[in-house]
Write a protein that binds this ligand. Structure first.
Ligand code: ZN
Length: 74
């Protein structure tokens, strides 16, 4: 059975027989969801969900900047 190591804790994680890039796996040690990012050799990485949350925060700041720009235009 193919396996890879968790990037967070080095836990050995077994994958299904024919892993593909984009497959989601679960680390029982970190309780984290991981994505297969390479298959030869198999590499795991965190999916980008957390970054999307940060992007949402950035949108708020951009709104504030727009507000200031409006002031300057007038
Ligand atoms: Zn882990």
């Amino acid at each position: 059975m193919p396996y890879a190591f968790c990037p967070g804790c080095d836990q050995r994680i077994f994958l299904r027989k024919d892993p593909k890039v984009g497959d989601m796996v679960y680390c029982p040690n970190c309780e984290d969801q991981l994505e297969v990012v390479a298959v030869d050799p198999i590499e795991l990485d965190w999916p980008w969900d957390e970054d999307e949350e940060e992007t949402a925060e950035w949108d708020d700041e951009e709104e504030e900047e727009d507000w200031e720009d409006d002031d300057e235009d007038e």
